[in-house]
Design a protein around this ligand. Sequence first.
Ligand SMILES: *[C@@H]1O[C@H](CO)[C@@H](O)[C@H](O)[C@H]1NC(C)=O
Ligand SMILES: *[C@@H]1O[C@H](CO)[C@@H](O)[C@H](O)[C@H]1NC(C)=O
Ligand SMILES: *[C@@H]1O[C@H](CO)[C@@H](O)[C@H](O)[C@H]1NC(C)=O
Ligand SMILES: *[C@@H]1O[C@H](CO)[C@@H](O)[C@H](O)[C@H]1NC(C)=O
Ligand SMILES: *[C@@H]1O[C@H](CO)[C@@H](O)[C@H](O)[C@H]1NC(C)=O
Ligand SMILES: *[C@@H]1O[C@H](CO)[C@@H](O)[C@H](O)[C@H]1NC(C)=O
Ligand SMILES: *[C@@H]1O[C@H](CO)[C@@H](O)[C@H](O)[C@H]1NC(C)=O
Ligand SMILES: *[C@@H]1O[C@H](CO)[C@@H](O)[C@H](O)[C@H]1NC(C)=O
Ligand SMILES: *[C@@H]1O[C@H](CO)[C@@H](O)[C@H](O)[C@H]1NC(C)=O
Ligand SMILES: *[C@@H]1O[C@H](CO)[C@@H](O)[C@H](O)[C@H]1NC(C)=O
Ligand SMILES: *[C@@H]1O[C@H](CO)[C@@H](O)[C@H](O)[C@H]1NC(C)=O
Length: 637
Amino acid sequence: MAASVSHLCLYVLGVVMVGSVARCDFIESHFGAYMPGDIVIGIVGSVHSKVQNLENRTSPGLYTCTDFDQIPFVASLVVFHTIEEINNLSFLPGIKLGYLMCDACVYGTKALDCVERMLAINGPPTLLPDYSNFTSPIKALLGERYSELSIPIAKLLSLYMIPQISCTSTAPALSDKLRYASFFRVVPSDLYQTKALAKLMSHYSWNWIGVVTLDDDYGRAVLENFVQDAQNEHVCLHYQKILPNYLGSADIQERIINVADQIESSNATVVLLILRPELVQMIFQEMIKRNLSRVWISSDAWSTARFLMKMKDINKVGDIFGFTFITGDIPGFADYVQNIRPSPGARNDFITEYKQMRSNCTQGQQSQNPFFSYCNNTDDSFLLQTVDLTEAYGQRVAVYAIVHAIKKFLKCDDTSCSKDTNFLPWKLISILRNMKFTVDDQTYYFNKNGDFENGYDLIMWKKNGDERILDVVGQYLISNNSINVYEQKVSWFNNTHNYIVKDWILTNVHLSLQIKVPESRCSKKCPKGTHKHILNITCCHTCIKCAAGEYSDQEDQASCTKCLNGTSNADSTKCVEWKDCEGTYVAKAQLLAEELQADVSSGEPDLVTWIVERCIVAEDIRLNLLTSDCPLQMDVH
Ligand SMILES: *[C@@H]1O[C@H](CO)[C@@H](O)[C@H](O)[C@H]1NC(C)=O
Ligand SMILES: *[C@@H]1O[C@H](CO)[C@@H](O)[C@H](O)[C@H]1NC(C)=O
Ligand SMILES: *[C@@H]1O[C@H](CO)[C@@H](O)[C@H](O)[C@H]1NC(C)=O
Ligand SMILES: *[C@@H]1O[C@H](CO)[C@@H](O)[C@H](O)[C@H]1NC(C)=O
Ligand SMILES: *[C@@H]1O[C@H](CO)[C@@H](O)[C@H](O)[C@H]1NC(C)=O
Ligand SMILES: *[C@@H]1O[C@H](CO)[C@@H](O)[C@H](O)[C@H]1NC(C)=O
Ligand SMILES: *[C@@H]1O[C@H](CO)[C@@H](O)[C@H](O)[C@H]1NC(C)=O
Ligand SMILES: *[C@@H]1O[C@H](CO)[C@@H](O)[C@H](O)[C@H]1NC(C)=O
Ligand SMILES: *[C@@H]1O[C@H](CO)[C@@H](O)[C@H](O)[C@H]1NC(C)=O
Ligand SMILES: *[C@@H]1O[C@H](CO)[C@@H](O)[C@H](O)[C@H]1NC(C)=O
Ligand SMILES: *[C@@H]1O[C@H](CO)[C@@H](O)[C@H](O)[C@H]1NC(C)=O
């Protein structure tokens, strides 16, 4: 049972031993990266984003992957780096952690192939009465990026109860532990993202917005959730436009122009784009051509797309907001990325391919791949400039989740671990479910569905020269469905800030920032002294003056409030309160009030009742309800 991956592959890396070469060739051809270790973690990640010739595939031959994608590549680097760090720190004393990575190329069937091959690395699993004694060569699996792939993997691994942790798969279905028993993720379910989007809009009183979505399962599901959440936040959709997912569509340019026409003609200045980054780029190009700016809100699919941040004239499109999952700085990672190399004793085809591609690049071969449009940058900071490193932080958290569980299971103290490293992977499941763990001083845990329940960071794309950079400007917390915007960090494109010195004698230093936030409303806010008359669409209204005897002291009121202890003129923001009168006036007041009753329009019975009950000098009311020039005492509130 001792034959783990580690021992087999050391042969290839060190002395080439005749007997084991066949096995390791097999490993090499299917696994893009591996590092031997006492405990091996599997990684399924799609460094390539396309499988060739799927259209006319009829035989179960090998898959050929193309389209190297930097974002998942960097995500895999974070995993390698973290495992290296864990080994360096002797986090599991006396135990070396290894990895085995397979590229699923964003194809579900290939993802299953990856997992099967990982499980079979020491020879195919023999048929057991059940799997409770099955010691898999990999003790946990990291991946996949897309829910489309995580779902079949989760179904397969739930058979063996091998823990799987994903960093980005957000499909709500994966919360269901009856269907995906061994699946965990360090991100919340997508259910919460649309809530966060709607909260952001309501935070800024943007109640009249446009939405452009993708015509696929993901886009439709997100839109459906969003419509519901928007309704709960009293946000109305002026329009919904749909664009095809497939970039090769013949009429794509026409569709983009049609969407741009809609955006241009609408008075909704806030536009939510639930699209892939390539389509956003096309819309932005059209906006720039037309010299139009809007407030854009991004779905997670493009909220961190570097090539968009660097597109030409990006600063002309207006403000851009979005949400991201947990982000963070990975200690030492920026240095690592500038000097990428396989971990000592590891083999890594992805790094080799990347280096070759970069060297091809510098020889002037521009790539069609949008991620490589800045190909001609020759120094090693290339990845730093094209990929947002903080975005891959979740990978680090996921690796630490696994090793914390292992550490707990193996009962490690500072110097040694007391159990055998060839343990049964399912033993980790109950530990993961009930564990709180700390990474870089932050505490995390999985909820009963195996999800993180923390929330999202609100980000803004800020101007940085001719480009944009990300900045975290707030937070959405799932636990109390609330958004916390760090207003002083938000900087609007179309705004002049007014600094107002306030309380300055008291505190001497208290500066307050008055910020003019862009508006996106169907109708202007109703001023004080009026109330809304809602039209057919709940967000659209006209404003109606408050009647005499009523007031509204805040903007945008649904109705005016009656003056209880006083009265008012029409269009009032406050009431005039009458205090007790001198006794001598009482009789007369009552008399005149009765007289007045005839004069006051039938719409004001309360006012009249009030007059009868209290003492009022009717003549004064007749002259002017609001004068204080009368024998009575009045208080203005
Ligand atoms: C598959 O079909 C495409 C066109 O649909 C064609 O260009 C390609 O040559 C075909 N590949 C094979 C292996 O037949
Ligand atoms: C681990 O230690 C090695 C050798 O000291 C060093 O080269 C490497 O950079 C370290 N890696 C990390 C991630 O700390
Ligand atoms: C698992 O192994 C233990 C100890 O070797 C044995 O007692 C038990 O019967 C095995 N269970 C199954 C289902 O094979
Ligand atoms: C675009 O708009 C800006 C400000 O709204 C204006 O200064 C500029 O002249 C416009 N450019 C064109 C080409 O219309
Ligand atoms: C920018 O400000 C100008 C002047 O205040 C206004 O006309 C324009 O609509 C604003 N643009 C956006 C996108 O808010
Ligand atoms: C680099 O260029 C060579 C020669 O054009 C080509 O064979 C190779 O596939 C390229 N490598 C990558 C990773 O693009
Ligand atoms: C590199 O690419 C940028 C953007 O495409 C371009 O502006 C610049 O001129 C290129 N530099 C070289 C040396 O080709
Ligand atoms: C939301 O929760 C956080 C921490 O859990 C707390 O600090 C904050 O006050 C809560 N906000 C509301 C509105 O309850
Ligand atoms: C915005 O457009 C809607 C519908 O076209 C219209 O009802 C509304 O009055 C407009 N609002 C403003 C402020 O122009
Ligand atoms: C609003 O509703 C009324 C009656 O229900 C209808 O006659 C009118 O056409 C509607 N107006 C709009 C703009 O939808
Ligand atoms: C009305 O006035 C009385 C006496 O001044 C006071 O006790 C009461 O709270 C007032 N009611 C309201 C609704 O302001």
